[in-house]
Design a protein. Structure first.
Length: 397
């Protein structure tokens, strides 16, 4: 490794701010890197001018088989694409460095037992970075560390990505995928295995994940579709989930939650509104003041809105237990339920059910109430409604 020396013999502090140099490097759609600016001046966080230079792109073919890739760019973009068959692997690299440090850093590349390693260790200390565009055989596993640079993966095997704040795009990954973006956007589609995505605050979009999908967004929005199961924690951002064929768990921490098509579903919105439609299994909702809308639920419905209104329709649930904490509650069934419990704490209550008879307990604490379904104290199915002052109505669907 060629040593780099800053003016006065001291090391320049490396930071992601070096990539504020706009236009020093571009990555084309084909993954070929081109140096289009050879010199520029920018300022470090301390206000001191910094001279940055870009070294002309170097391209080479890797000798020998490659089954895994480890690449670190120190703030520059990383792009990994694939070709059918066994290779060969090809690499394009372009260096940007602080010209006050002297010569550009040496870029290391080597293959050991099928692992191709690409890095520039000096950039861990000095102000430099290396953009990589790598083509590898399909299915090669990838470990990519970008320190703020954008990461793009297409068609690789299992992958682990730490973008350090840069955006991440991954498509056609044929193995488990793990992404830590530290504030960057994450976009994932068409993976064959589980995906664990942590954006650290950036928005997350995932479509067609064939394994369990786990997302932590820490305030960023989440939009997902097409997974066998999912755990989604937005940390306050909005959540949109659709076509989840199995269990779904959502934590919104104040963000709105919209679900269209899922198996057994558990939602804690933390105060945000909730909309859940076409739930093929039980639905459990805690809203902490947010309004709740549910439609076409087949499993048991359990909801505590914490003061928000609840409207549920198209229910074929065998049972429902709902507390609205002072707001209105409405339950509409299209199949006769076995057990219904509704507590509004002062809000109005409406229950519509087909068939009968039902063992009915109704208490409006003196407010108007109406029960117009067939009743029998010994009926196998039961309805219990209490409003503590709100209007109460139980009628046929």
């Amino acid at each position: 490794m060629q040593p780099l020396t800053a003016p006065g013999g001291t090391q320049a502090t490396r930071g992601r701010w070096i990539w504020r140099l706009s236009g020093a490097l571009t990555v084309s759609a084909l993954g070929v890197l081109t140096a289009i600016g050879t010199f520029a001046v920018l300022h470090s966080p301390s206000g001191q001018p910094v001279s940055m230079s870009a070294v002309p792109t170097r391209m080479f073919t890797v000798a020998g088989p490659v089954t895994a890739l480890s690449v670190q760019s120190y703030g520059a973009p990383i792009k990994v694409t694939t070709v059918p068959g066994n290779g060969p692997a090809q690499v394009a690299e372009a260096v940007t460095f602080n010209s006050f440090d002297g010569s550009p850093p040496a870029v290391t590349h080597g293959v050991s037992h099928g692992l191709l390693t690409l890095s520039a260790p000096a950039c861990a200390t000095f102000d430099c970075s290396v953009a990589f565009a790598v083509t590898v055989p399909a299915g090669v596993t990838v470990n990519a560390v970008a320190d703020g640079g954008q990461v793009t993966l297409v068609g690789t095997g299992a992958a682990t990505v730490d973008s350090g704040g840069g955006s991440v795009f991954a498509s056609g990954i044929s193995g488990p995928l793990s992404v830590n973006a530290e504030g960057g956007d994450i976009t994932v589609n068409k993976t064959t295995a589980a995906a664990d995505l942590d954006s650290g605050g950036g928005p997350v979009s995932a479509d067609g994940v064939a394994g369990k999908l786990t997302v932590h967004a820490e305030g960023g929005g989440i939009t997902v579709s097409g997974a066998p199961s999912a755990y989604l924690d937005s940390g306050g951002g909005p959540v949109y989930a659709s076509a989840i064929s199995g269990p779904l768990t959502v934590s919104g921490e104040g963000g709105g939650v919209t679900v269209t098509g899922a198996g057994a579903t558990t939602i804690d919105s933390g105060g945000g509104p909730v909309s859940a439609t076409t739930i093929r299994g039980p639905l459990a909702v805690t809203a902490e003041g947010g309004d709740v809308q549910a439609n076409d639920v087949t499993g048991a419905l359990t909801a505590d809105t914490g003061g928000g209104q609840l409207t549920a329709s198209g229910l074929t649930s065998a049972s429902a237990s709902v507390d609205t904490g002072g707001s209105d509650g409405s339950l509409g069934f299209t199949a006769a339920p076995a057990s219904v419990r509704l507590r509004t704490g002062g809000g109005n209550a409406t229950v519509a059910v087909p068939g009968g008879p039902y063992a009915v307990t109704a208490d409006s604490s003196g407010s108007p109430q109406s029960v117009s379904v067939a009743t029998s104290p010994g009926a196998a199915s039961s309805i219990s409604v209490s409003t503590e002052g709100g209007n109460l109505q139980i009628g046929p669907a």
